[in-house]
Design a protein around this ligand. Structure first.
Ligand SMILES: Nc1nc2c(c(=O)[nH]1)N[C@H]1C(S)=C(S)[C@@H](COP(=O)(O)OP(=O)(O)OC[C@H]3O[C@@H](n4cnc5c(=O)[nH]c(N)nc54)[C@H](O)[C@@H]3O)O[C@H]1N2
Ligand SMILES: Nc1nc2c(c(=O)[nH]1)N[C@H]1C(S)=C(S)[C@@H](COP(=O)(O)OP(=O)(O)OC[C@H]3O[C@@H](n4cnc5c(=O)[nH]c(N)nc54)[C@H](O)[C@@H]3O)O[C@H]1N2
Ligand code: SF4
Ligand SMILES: [Mo]
Length: 766
């Protein structure tokens, strides 16, 4: 069966230009990039006002990513990066996708726009309704939108036929109320973007360390002797992490990067806050760059551990036996497993030479404190959980956990994805959360596990889910197997998107569809009791307040909290079972925080502590070597080496982010750090592979992914030569998402395998 996917992502390659990738990052081009972006899309007074308040203690939290702000003094020059400014310019744009815009453009018109053009149409200003059979969205009232949602939800045979998706920008307050709404209605169907993101980190870390979060602070990164950055591209996706890496280097630490792509951001960093660096050049970051094959990380980690074991047995002093004895279980079985590995196979599977592995081992042995940071290059694999457990094994051997300058650092994506989980956005929240929620609201809460993202898509497809509500996000473009998901959404009775900007998920709609326009993080949130703030949790478990400063673009936009409470009020208006005063939460978010305090441990005196200028850290036992696992200690795990071999003609393809995008939102069409301009339908390829296939830069190919007898294809992609291992390819997310098979996901967490798609190439007559 062939699945054709030509229409979903109109081609962007009209003026594609390809150059060699630069060897340094940030510096002046980043400063200029930020200024241009603000200038192009924002009104200048807004740009100035907002940039002075972003990430400041009395300001609002940058929605760019989950990287933390310094606990102590913050720079008056601005605590943000180029991509933070792009995120702001995208949200605070002066362009408006108002009712006139939707009257001018039919659904078919909108579908022909690239994601870039669609997003640049501006902020959605009014609630919009697409009635069954109609060609255009039309303005509607908030009252009508709430009525329609309540009406469609009440028509369902079973509450489990509704899906409540969340993207990770949603504030703690909105997320908590949204989870309550879904559960009070009767379902735990709360799939979220995390299912496609760090779900594997959460699962692995909870199992072996007792909490599914990182264990380090910014200060720890500055003090580490060695930081390993695996499967992460901080120069683009967490730019201010480069400052932490720079601090580590300046304090005498070292950095190992593990990545199939040579990423400019990991090579050299020119700190824009330091004028002398701008003049005289930046700081070299990576000391050892391990050009691992896609999904060769487990093989690499095992090879490293194997050589560490040899050294331990020869000379001793390599493993921290005191830590192992006192704080861990499973050491013997783990070491027995390592003894039996095929070291030569690990070299082949990882693509790393023995010489380089010895260098890594030397660096690991040279320091006492080590931190391992990772992101999607590790999590989005069929063996993502297992690789993360192996990362933990390495740290446990060295006792590099629960002490200063050491630990695990899964670097989160969306700015509040970690907070949303803490607030209960999860299809399998357990007790005591659910019981506490039940008690706090005197409302019956279901216990049955709900759908994660991939099972949710299948449920739509099979007619088992009929109403889709998205709190932010761009579901159809972000999920795997674009066409399959689109078919599922089209079968729904109703699709609802609570959004800031138009996106493809508004176009690929159910029988009826609604777009509910909301204010963003940077905007003033005024409710009955006055000026509200919300709170978020960053990648290091710090909860902070965030207060917008810009005037909303339309008086019809509402806050996410107000929208959730509006739905709740309409849905439960005549219900005797549920006694929640939705208006009281909408009117004053302190009331929500009081309930959060009742339900979730760690939020004692929430309203008081969240008003402190640097917020507060949530409790994290791992930091004190208090491991809340089943064994009561940290757990060494035995993880199989995944098969990493290819058949003749096959390639492994990963999907990555360009420098000018935020997930499915395109800030622009360039990828400055990889030398690409004006085009996204491209695929990075090894130069020797190009030679052996007779391909030149910018030649055209079709890419096919064959999985369990089904073929998925994308067309007209241009080859870009790059420093990447042989038979590895990288293309951009979301353009390559049609290739990701819906059934290729981690067996337990259902995380789609977006970084290792087995493909073949069809060369087009150029
Ligand atoms: N500007 C910007 N910032 C963002 C985002 C954005 O889109 N734009 N997205 C946010 C979100 S939600 C997230 S989750 C994060 C994502 O942050 P990242 O995880 O950094 O994002 P990716 O582009 O998916 O890149 C992963 C890196 O892994 C490498 N990689 C791919 N496969 C493998 C592999 O098998 N092994 C190893 N070792 N490396 C591999 C790629 O070459 C790439 O450098 O960023 C967040 N921040
Ligand atoms: N192939 C492939 N697929 C992937 C990935 C990959 O690496 N490769 N990465 C995965 C990852 S890590 C993630 S996190 C997901 C991301 O999946 P999503 O979170 O679903 O996608 P985004 O593109 O971040 O969502 C963008 C939309 O959110 C809306 N929005 C923006 N700000 C706000 C706000 O403040 N409030 C509300 N209500 N709406 C807002 C806008 O309308 C915008 O169009 O994608 C996943 N998909
Ligand atoms: S690092 Fe992330 S959170 Fe910080 S300013 Fe940049 S985009 Fe925003
Ligand atoms: Mo993510």
């Amino acid at each position: 069966m062939t699945k054709v996917s030509k229409e979903r992502f109109p081609n962007t390659n009209n003026n594609l230009s390809v150059k060699d990738a630069p060897k340094t990052s940030v510096g002046l081009p980043a400063i200029l990039g930020s200024i241009q972006q603000m200038n192009k899309y924002m009104d200048m007074p807004d740009a100035l006002k907002a940039s002075l308040k972003m990430n400041q203690k009395s300001g609002f939290d940058c929605a760019g990513c989950a990287w933390p702000d310094p606990d102590d003094d913050r720079s008056a020059l601005g605590e943000y990066c180029e991509n933070g400014i792009k995120a702001l310019a995208e949200e605070a744009t002066s362009a408006k996708a108002d009712p006139d815009f939707f009257a001018k453009h039919s659904i078919d018109d909108l579908a022909a726009m690239t994601e870039f053009v669609l997003g640049k149409s501006g902020r959605v200003t009014h609630p919009m309704l697409l009635e069954e059979g109609e060609t255009h969205y039309k303005e509607t009232t908030w009252e009508r939108t709430f009525e329609i949602i309540a009406e469609e939800l009440k028509l369902l045979n079973d509450p489990n036929e509704a899906l409540f998706y969340t993207s990770g920008r949603t504030s703690n307050e909105a997320a908590f109320m949204y989870g309550l709404l879904a559960r009070a209605y009767g379902t735990n169907n709360l799939p979220d973007c995390s299912n496609m993101c760090h779900e594997t980190s959460g699962a692995a870390l909870t199992e072996v360390l007792g909490i599914g979060k990182g264990s380090v602070t910014l200060e720890d990164l500055h003090k580490a002797d060695l930081i390993m950055v695996i499967g992460q591209n901080p120069g683009t996706n967490h730019p201010r992490m480069l400052t932490a890496l720079e601090n580590c280097k300046l304090n005498g630490g070292q950095i190992i990067s593990v990545n199939p792509l040579k990423e400019a951001g990991l090579i050299k960093y020119t700190n824009p806050q330091k004028p002398m660096r701008l003049l005289f050049g930046g700081v070299d970051l990576t000391d050892l760059y391990l050009h691992v094959r896609i999904n060769g990380d487990m093989a690499l980690l095992k090879a490293i551990i194997y050589l560490l074991l040899q050294r331990e047995e020869a000379d001793g002093g390599v493993f921290d036996h005191e830590f192992i004895k006192e704080h861990s279980v499973g050491y013997d079985a783990f070491i027995n497993g390592i003894r039996t590995i095929d070291f030569q196979q690990c070299l082949v599977d990882s693509g790393i030479s023995e010489l380089e592995i010895v260098k890594a081992v030397d660096m690991i042995c040279a320091g006492k404190n080590m931190i391992i940071c990772w992101a999607m290059g590790i999590t989005q694999h069929a063996n993502g959980v297992e690789t993360i457990r192996e990362i933990v094994n390495l740290l446990l051997l060295r006792g590099s956990i629960g002490k200063s300058g050491a630990g695990v650092c899964p670097v989160r994506g969306h700015s509040n994805v970690q907070g949303d989980r803490t607030m209960g956005i999860w299809e399998k929240m357990g007790d005591p959360f659910l019981s506490n929620l039940e008690k706090a609201f005197e409302t019956k809460i279901p216990r049955e596990e709900g759908y994660a993202t991939v099972p949710a898509i299948k449920a739509m497809h099979e007619g088992k889910a009929k109403v889709f509500i998205g709190m932010g996000g761009n579901f159809v473009s972000a999920v795997p197997d674009t066409d399959y998901c689109a078919d599922g959404l089209r079968q729904c009775n109703l699709t609802v998107h609570i959004s800031t900007k138009p996106n493809r998920s508004h176009i690929i709609h159910g029988k009826r569809a609604l777009i509910l326009p909301v204010i963003g993080r940077s905007e003033i949130d005024m409710q009955e009791s006055g000026y509200q703030f919300v709170s978020t949790e960053n990648s290091m478990g710090i909860v902070q307040n965030s207060k917008g400063v810009l005037e909303p673009k339309s008086d019809k936009q509402r806050s996410e909290v107000a929208v959730v409470c509006g739905i709740g009020k309409a849905l439960f208006a005549d219900s005797e079972k549920i006694n929640v005063n939705w208006d009281s939460y909408k009117d004053n978010y302190d009331n929500i925080r009081n309930k959060i305090e009742e339900v979730i441990p760690g939020f004692e005196n929430y309203n008081e502590r969240v008003r402190q200028k640097s917020g507060f850290y949530l409790p994290n036992g791992v930091k004190e070597r208090n491991f809340k696992t089943k064994a009561g200690k940290a757990i060494f795990s035995v993880n199989e080496l995944p098969v990493n071999q290819l058949e003749e003609g096959e390639f492994q393809l990963g999907t990555v982010r360009a420098h000018d995008q935020y997930n499915t939102t395109l800030y622009g069409l360039d990828d400055r750090y990889r030398g690409v301009k004006n085009g996204r339908n491209i695929v990075f390829m090894n130069k020797d592979d190009m030679k052996s296939l007779g391909l030149k830069s910018k030649d055209l190919v079709n890419i096919h992914s064959d999985f369990k007898g089904e073929r998925r294809s994308i067309y007209d992609f241009r080859i870009v030569p790059y420093d990447i291992p042989s038979r590895n390819l990288m293309a951009y997310f979301p353009e390559a998402n049609p290739l990701v098979p819906i059934d290729h996901a981690h067996a337990i967490t259902h995380t789609p395998v977006s970084k290792n798609i087995i493909v073949t190439l069809e060369v087009i007559d150029n």
